[in-house]
Write a new protein. Sequence first.
Length: 263
Amino acid sequence: MRIATWNVNSIRSRIDRLEAWLQRSDVDVLAIQETKCRDDQFPFDRLKGLGYEVAHYGLNHWNGVAVLSRVGLEDVQLGFTDVPGWGDPVAPEARAIGAVCGGVRVWSLYVPNGRTLDDPHMPYKLEWLATLKRNAKQWLADDPAAQVALMGDWNIAPQDDDVWDMAYFQGRTHVSPDERAAFQGFLDAGFVDVVRPHAPGPGVYTYWDYTQLRFAKRQGMRIDFVLGSPALAGRVVGAAIDREERKGKGASDHAPVVVELED
DNA sequence: ATGGTCGACGTTCGA
């Protein structure tokens, strides 16, 4: 079984490329982030036409997450227990959707960006991650053999090699000790970055800013991850970042990340 | 091409 995650940066503007990518990538399950639309705007029919069941969680033109599957899609959950919201008054944001696909509990996650170190979005980001970690630890406590994939745009570069120049990122988000500690918490809980061993750095990224010719200059960030529970990690036989998909006109600023599981 | 791009509910904001 082949599972993947991709921040598409608007599914409506990316639907042609998404269709083409699905047809050539042969994935069974895809976690999508930043659909940037509501259900009534989501191109369900085109994806169903390719043989995928679809679960989408989108509240407005920001955020939005989805799971596509051609190996079954059950027990859909919008958000996780106690997921923090944002705003005044506090309102939910569509940043997490879970479903069981082919025996794997898949989560499509769009972690809050943080914006700047002194922005209120930063404590929101950390609280969001802490709450997700509490949930994830509980899932493993309930069933140590659970097959869980936490997939998505984590908006964290856990290691220095995950950005092109640490000096540039001094004082910026994505690399701060608090964010890295939040990410490490998932590893400490038993989850495994199942892609890194198959796509080692340095210079291996999943995101390149549209501006400043970042892609052409190979100035990217590794911020999209698939964290597998121990049982899932034991099934991983390969993984790859599809850097080709970042090329050309109409590309998302993120590349898809694909993980191959043994049957 | 005085070299900051995308996408969205856009003449502005979020990434």
